[in-house]
Structure formats: C-alpha cells, structure tokens
Design a protein around this ligand. Structure first.
Ligand code: DGY
Length: 328
C-alpha cells in the first residue's frame, strides 16, 4: 500500500494504544461519549482500510459493503459475537479479538458479584445510605456463606478457569460443564470435576456463566434449566446477556425458584428488563467485567497491535479467521 492506511477507531483509545496506531496509519477517532451511531459508522468506514471497534458495533454484511476497502476489523473485546466472521471471510477481511488479557479481571468481577449477592452487600449499602439503619442486629440482612459451597462453572475456558482458581481459596467444590473436558492436569490443579450440565444445575450453590454467545448458548439459562437449580442457588453472569432468558429469570426470582442473580450483562443492553430493576435479589452491573485501567489498556493495545501486525505484513496474532483465509 503506497499511502498510509486509513484506520477508523470507534472510541478514543488510551495513549498506549494510540501510540501503536499512530505509527501504523492515519487515524479517524470517534470521540463522542456515546457509541458511534450506526449511520455515522457506515459513513466513516467508506474510505477506511481498517476498523478498530467495540463490542456494541455490529460488524455485518451491510457494514462490510459500506467499507469496501476494509482489510481488517479488530474488536476491543474477547467476545466477538458483534462480528459476522464468515461475512468478513467472504470479503477477505481479517477479524481479530483480544483474548488472554482480561481473564483474571473478569474472574475478579464474577467473584465480586458472587460475594455481593450472597452477602447482600448492595442492599446493605443502600440501607446505610438511606439513614434508616438503626445499628447492629442479629438478624439483619442474613445472607449465605460462600466458602465451602459448590461452585458450578459453565464454560471452562480461560475465564472460567480463573474463576475456579479463586474457588480454591474459598474451599469450594468446583463442578464445570462445557463443550469439552479440560486436560486432567488442569482438573487436578483446580480441583474441578467435569459433570453433565444437569448435574451442575442440580448441585451448585453458585452457577457462573463463562460461555461465548452463539446459537447453542443463547437462552442456555431457560425456565427449564432454572428449575433444575437449587432454591438456595445464585446465578452469576459475566459472559453475554442473551445467554440468560431474562423473562424466565425474572419469573424464577419472583417465584423463589432460585435465591438471587448478579448480572454484569443483559439481553438488550443498555436496556434493562424492568422486572429485574425492581428486584432486591438481583444485582445489576453495567458490563464492567474487564473494566480496570490495566486490563482495558492491555485490550486496546492488543487490538492496535493486531492492526499494526497486518500492515506490517504479518498475520495478526489474534486473527479469528486465520484458517478460513489460509493465513500462516
Ligand atoms: C469482552 O471483552 O468480551 C467483554 O465483554 C468486554 O470487555
């Protein structure tokens, strides 16, 4: 490419990532506080060679047609359900994500949610601030113990395993289910047992979700599966909102089918099901699983490095369609 590549970035990145991109091409940043509007995205992508996007930017056939020069699309997220990867492949566009740099941070948040819902921390905070708390009492805000309980992890990839690792410190029994069994040494190290999903639902005190969103996992937490859970169990979701059928969850909470839910992600973000906002047995966080300064910096830098590698003539380290495009 004779002239400098033109790169559209849908968020003003931190300086460490901007430094990588500045060396790579000519950058057009969307600097608005809100996500870039779809019409603006379609307009700005028209003359771009690369796009660095966020998980709320939908990268589909329409977008790819609007950016006929695009060669690479890099999402600043590990989940890439926002990208139609086959559509990218069909247009010979490389798609990349940011795996491996947010696992512990996301696991920390899953644990924060788990502890907060079990110990009713958010309710307690609201009570203290309300000015209505009248001092210690033996039976105020009684929660559930976390240590020594059974933790069920659905999806035992990098993040699920980091969640399991923290369970060791809390003396928990860890069950996991997923599309494939982990190597025996991993199971041993994490003291984790591979079980059928139904058994996980039946026996877990905490069910934590760590699956990608795809047609198999959409509404995995259905009315039917919620009914398999213990009445004293809690659901934790830091994966993707549509993995949970929120109507079924709200109904399960209402009917005391499970004890509570702590969610960082929602079915129709940023819209929240009003049946959930009204509940004290639900904690609702604004998709902050990876939201630490260190991790968000790493994610942005990694996305920028993927783009830089491509224009440097190398295969981007996190190319999702590497094999489909026949890249080495
Ligand atoms: C991801 O990376 O997929 C998270 O949901 C956002 O950090």
């Amino acid at each position: 490419m004779a002239s400098k590549p033109k790169i559209l970035v849908t968020k003003l990145l931190f300086s460490a990532a901007r430094a990588v991109l500045d060396k790579t091409g000519e950058i057009d940043y969307w600097a608005g506080p809100e996500a870039i509007p779809r019409a603006e995205l379609l307009k700005r992508v028209a003359d771009k060679d690369a796009l660095v996007c966020l998980l709320n930017d939908k990268i589909d056939a329409e977008l790819l047609a609007a950016g006929p020069q695009l060669r690479i699309v890099a999402t600043v997220s590990v989940g890439y359900d926002n990208i139609d990867v086959p559509a990218c492949t069909a247009r010979k566009v490389i798609a990349t994500n940011t795996p491996g740099v947010l696992d512990d941070t996301t696991a920390d948040l899953a644990w924060a949610l788990m502890l907060a819902i079990a110990r009713r921390l958010v309710e307690g905070d609201a009570w203290v601030r309300s000015g209505n708390w009248r001092g210690f009492s033996m039976d105020h805000l009684l929660g559930a113990d976390v240590y020594g309980k059974t933790l069920g992890i659905i999806g035992f990839g990098r993040i699920g395993r980091c969640v399991a690792k923290r369970g060791l410190g809390f003396g928990m029994r860890v069950l996991y289910s997923g599309s494939k069994r982990a190597p025996v040494d991993v199971e041993k190290e994490l003291n984790a047992e591979f079980v059928e999903q139904d058994r996980l639902f039946n026996e877990s005190d905490f069910v934590s979700l760590h699956v990608p969103l795809n047609p198999q996992t959409r509404h995995l937490i259905s009315k039917e599966n919620l009914e398999k859970m213990k009445r004293t169990a809690f659901l934790i979701n830091t994966s993707r909102g549509p993995v949970v059928d929120e109507e079924a969850l709200a109904e399960a909470l209402e009917n005391k089918i499970i004890a509570g839910a702590a969610l960082d992600v929602f079915e129709h973000e940023p819209k929240i099901n009003p049946k959930l906002t009204a509940r004290r047995d639900a904690i609702l966080a604004p998709h902050i699983g990876s939201a630490t300064v260190e991790t968000r910096t790493r994610m942005m830098v990694l996305a920028a490095q993927n783009v830089a590698a491509f224009f440097d003539g190398r295969t981007p380290p996190n190319a999702l369609n590497k094999d489909a495009l026949g890249l080495k």
